[in-house]
Design a protein around this ligand. Sequence first.
Ligand code: MET
Length: 517
Amino acid sequence: MTEQTPFYATTAISYPNGRPHIGHAYEAIAADTLVRFKRLDGFETRFQTGTDEHGQKMQQTAEKLGTTPRELADTNSARFREMDDELEISYDRFIRTTDADHAAASQELWRRMEANGDIYPDTYAGWYSVRDEAYYAEDETEVRADGQRYSIGTGTELTWTEEESYFFRLSRYQDRLLELYRSGFVQPETRSHEIASFVEGGLQDLSISRTTFDWGVPVPGNPDHVMYVWVDALTNYLTGLGYPDTENPLFQRFWPADVHLIGKDIARFHAVFWPAFLMSAGLELPRKVFAHGFLFNQGEKMSKSVGNVIDPHALIGEYGLDQLRFFLLREVPFGQDGNYSHDAIVGRINSDLANDLGNLAQRSLSMVAKNLGGTVPEPGELTVEDRAMLDEARAVVAEYRTAFDALAFHRGLESVWRVIASANRYFTAQQPWVLRKTDPGRMATVLYTTAEVLRIVAVLVQPVMPGAMARLLDQLGQPEGPARTFAALDTPLAPGTPLPKPSGVFPRYEEPTALAD
Ligand code: MET
């Protein structure tokens, strides 16, 4: 066996200052799909997600709720983890930045940046958004009618902050960062341009410690300071591999990360600060930062005050997990903003899943069960139509792989669904239910061809809908393990394989109170 190539992917780690919402689920599902894809495609994967528990926002939220930041983090971090488990996110580590090994990693990164001459003490005087945990320059702020100052970019309220602080010499890294962006480090392209123009505008040194509260990782050598939460947060990607022990087999194998998957609102932290910290510390840079878009609820931004926040648990209950995963990745071109609505998800469930894929499986496999003794049929000689159908299905593998490698999940799924549409047309045109009487041998060939197309589809779509595709592969007599990997795509169904009794994979969604249409 050839040696596997490592692949390390991460999500952002979420602030556990509240419950997870659909935006968190969206990112976790996308990252999980990517990792499952690489795993099935023969890579040795490592996947990390978790919660970002320090900082002023956590401390302030806890105070408002009359609890401690630690308790707040414990309660909500558990909820994030439950959400991930319910979404079947196949993480290898769920990191909490309050985990025992994390402070050491953050402190070592700090020491290395300091040893490189990039950290100096000064005083910070400027605007800070606790909601964003971000500093804003004067020209990124505006005063609104209420007399308060807000961040123009994010709309969050700002507080004037003046305190002793250590600074990181971010200004030193402008040229190296611009060079990095030319290599495609930030994706998609639009985000890369935004980041590059921000950096071209000139970089200020960055305040990287706080002295007005203490909920954070202590700064080495000066316990009056805690690290700015983003310094410790970004370090999580290293902690999970055993850093600062760079001899740790995980670190050796998986650093640098292949992709940090994040939301577009935090691109600046990942594409400017993080590579600069790593360059300063003399560590390798991740290969890619991919920033996805936002999900809107029928065109509106979801927010607690509007009351249109969607709870992933409720969505799973209503539509089913695989259906939700499929919808999110099929509906929205990954990287762009997208819309969630009940009608859109029901549309996808009933047309793409129930009608197109579900129906194809149902009508072909039930004929196999009824007429061919429930084993994979023995095909006769293939006609031009059979060959064309099989060739089309086999050709989609390369297209799908290219799309998924570029995180263009919607494109990969679109090409698979083109094959499904062709297979439905093929099935209808061949009329195996007529052949049953006129030419049973031909019927067997048509059913074989259809089953083989279904097998290719099911193997490919597993990363998106692991549960439903496992059930379909069960019905195709494909055991768990090697037969379900992408390496098996070239090994056609073996005639004679016994098949279990088929059952529907995708039920239609019926409106609970719907009037019959
Ligand atoms: N907690 C941050 C956020 O939600 C992400 C940190 S990723 C290192 O914006």
